[in-house]
Design a protein around this ligand. Structure first.
Ligand SMILES: *[C@@H]1O[C@H](CO)[C@@H](O)[C@H](O)[C@H]1NC(C)=O
Ligand SMILES: *[C@@H]1O[C@H](CO)[C@@H](O)[C@H](O)[C@H]1NC(C)=O
Length: 121
């Protein structure tokens, strides 16, 4: 998906590397409905369609042990192709918690924010 493309592009900046990016799944169909990436109504993403990795969470104790669907895009473009090309940035607490857990303050909100802003188009 898009993250793999970014990593591939960055790696290819080093002239010592040749980079091949592979993507599982199929091309998105070239139909008008695909002009806007849409997750739910597309046949490719229906119950029998090829366009999804159908992950399920582990049972969630806080949800009476229900599992939660966690679909990922099995299509060129990856999950970005099925999530309306939207993303949300995590909260500052999430990044600071990652920094604390890893002991690496480069993951802190204050350090991540400038990189996160680079994503905007
Ligand atoms: C959820 O699963 C845990 C671990 O198996 C169990 O102890 C708990 O009773 C379960 N809760 C419900 C609401 O079924
Ligand atoms: C991270 O660690 C700092 C320093 O101990 C603490 O003040 C802060 O509350 C922690 N943040 C999170 C989200 O765990």
């Amino acid at each position: 998906g898009t993250a793999g493309a970014v990593v591939g592009a960055r790696l290819s900046e080093n002239p010592n590397f040749k980079v091949l990016v592979l993507e599982a799944g199929t091309d998105a169909p070239n139909t008008p409905a695909w002009n806007v990436p849409v997750y739910a109504p597309q046949p490719a993403f229906g119950p029998e369609g090829p366009g999804l990795w159908r992950y399920q969470s582990e049972p969630q104790v806080g949800l009476n042990n229900r599992t939660v669907a966690f679909p990922r895009g099995k299509v060129v473009g990856g999950t970005s192709m099925i999530n309306f090309m939207c993303y949300t940035r995590g909260s500052f607490e999430e990044y600071d918690r990652i920094a604390n857990i890893t002991g690496d303050q480069r993951w802190s909100w204050d350090n991540i924010l400038s990189f996160s802003k680079k994503v905007r188009t």
